[in-house]
Design a protein around this ligand. Structure first.
Ligand code: T5A
Length: 228
């Protein structure tokens, strides 16, 4: 991208199962379209492009699980390379706001902290996969693992996928991992309490976005404005 190219904004949503990411991405996208008038692209991982959606179906069926967390991380990375090259980078180059449901932090948490993959391998994988791309802002939706799993179960569908079927201890490690990522990178990450109802969570997300980038939601008060 040349230095005078329009600069998009890359916002990722992370958290455990059933935290409310899909619900909140739709709400934030609508608010940003109205308030900023900019192009807003919503996407997800694994997936986001036809090729990566093919990987998603296989990954959620558990095809890579028998090969272990490294092979599974490689498959997430392969899907991510296509997603980044074909969808995310072009959208950012057009100046769009890109809202992505899960990204590289999910590999750190699921295959790394919860799955047992060596963090050094994950760092190397991120370097070759992302080629310097980093989210401008990451919203980590936090709630107790049991509550998130109950929400995912209530939503119904085809039954537990490869990750939802993991033991509660796996999901508790995930929660700790996401909180550790937020603590390690406070300039990029904001933890959002995902326990209350959707309206309250939406308000907290809008405040976090307004605080990080006041130009995206003009007229809204950022969460840091409420700080003591
Ligand atoms: N994965 C992904 C990896 O292991 N490594 C990686 O690198 C990547 C990128 C993706 C799986 O892949 C794994 C992680 C995942 O296990 P997925 O189906 O996309 O699979 O899984 P999730 O991202 O967890 O998606 P979910 O749909 O399960 O959760 P969401 O999107 O967080 O939650 P949402 O919005 O669908 O809400 C769930 C239910 O709760 C209700 C909703 O109406 C819905 O019924 N709800 C609320 N109820 C009460 N209060 C609120 N505030 C609510 N918000 C939503």
């Amino acid at each position: 991208m040349s230095s005078d190219a329009p600069r998009g904004v890359f916002i990722t949503f992370e958290g455990g199962e059933g935290a409310g990411k899909s619900t909140q991405i739709a709400r934030l996208a609508a608010a940003l379209r109205t308030a900023s008038g900019r192009e807003v692209v919503t996407t997800r991982e694994p997936g986001g492009t036809p090729r990566a959606e093919g990987y998603r179906a296989a990954l959620l069926r558990g095809v890579a699980k028998p090969f272990g967390p490294f092979a599974e991380a490689l498959m997430f990375a392969a899907a991510r390379i296509d997603h980044v090259d074909a969808l995310i980078r072009p959208a950012l180059a057009r100046g769009a706001i890109v809202l992505c449901d899960r990204f590289a932090d999910s590999t750190r948490a699921y295959q790394g902290a919860a799955g047992g993959l060596d963090p050094a391998l994950i760092v190397s994988l991120e370097r070759v996969t992302l080629q310097g791309l980093r989210p401008d802002l990451t919203l980590i939706l936090d709630l107790p693992a049991e509550a998130g799993l109950a929400r995912a179960r209530r939503r119904g569908g085809e039954g537990a996928d490869r990750f939802e079927a993991e033991a509660l201890s796996f999901h508790e490690r995930l929660r700790s991992a996401f909180l550790a990522i937020a603590a390690a990178e406070p300039a990029r990450c904001r933890v959002i309490d995902a326990s209350p109802g959707p309206e309250a969570v939406e308000a907290a997300i809008r405040a976090a976005v307004a605080s990080h980038r006041p130009d995206l939601l003009p007229g809204e008060t950022g969460d840091r404005d409420h700080a003591a």
